[in-house]
Design a binder for this molecule. Structure first.
Ligand SMILES: [Zn+2]
Length: 156
């Protein structure tokens, strides 16, 4: 019998069991969380080999025009992870906002940055450096460009 694919209970990436392979990997730094819009965005970031932390998949981007409001994304789950990390609890030091370089992606990053500054002061909130093709999806960025954007991330 084939295991059904569902969502990781911690990060909402695709998973074959309750947790995804990245959340189960103890070598991955749980103190750094990379926030992406869709499970498909995890793959290009993994390809850069620049990131050894964990992920948080939002399930989309804020878009009031399309009726996508904060409660439709996994935002509260992200805030809970940052303020009260799941067992084995590792304090979160940095949240990297790797939403797409689109209008909705930028708005989502700004929304999260504001909320985290308020709820978890002292944690570094960073955004990927510019250089990614504006208006495109992370999925289509080549690994060199995305790797550079990761290395050059700045506090927001
Ligand atoms: Zn996971």
């Amino acid at each position: 019998m084939k295991e059904k694919i569902g969502f990781c209970e911690v990060c909402f990436n695709l998973a074959e069991g309750p947790r995804c392979t990245i959340c189960l990997d103890s070598r991955r730094d749980a103190g750094v969380i990379c926030v992406v819009e869709e499970p498909g965005d995890v793959i290009p970031v993994e390809r850069t080999h620049e990131f050894r932390g964990r992920y948080h998949v939002l399930g989309g981007a804020l878009s009031p025009i399309d009726g996508i409001d904060p409660e439709h994304l996994k935002l509260e789950q992200l805030y809970a992870r940052v303020t009260a990390p799941p067992e084995p609890a590792t304090p979160v030091r940095e949240v990297v906002l790797a939403t797409n370089p689109t209008t909705t992606g930028e708005a989502t990053a700004l929304h999260i940055a504001r909320a985290l500054h308020e709820r978890a002061p002292g944690i570094a909130i960073t955004r990927l450096a510019s250089g990614l093709p504006v208006g495109s999806d992370l999925e289509y960025a080549d690994e060199v460009t995305l790797g550079k954007a990761f290395m050059g991330r700045r506090a927001v």
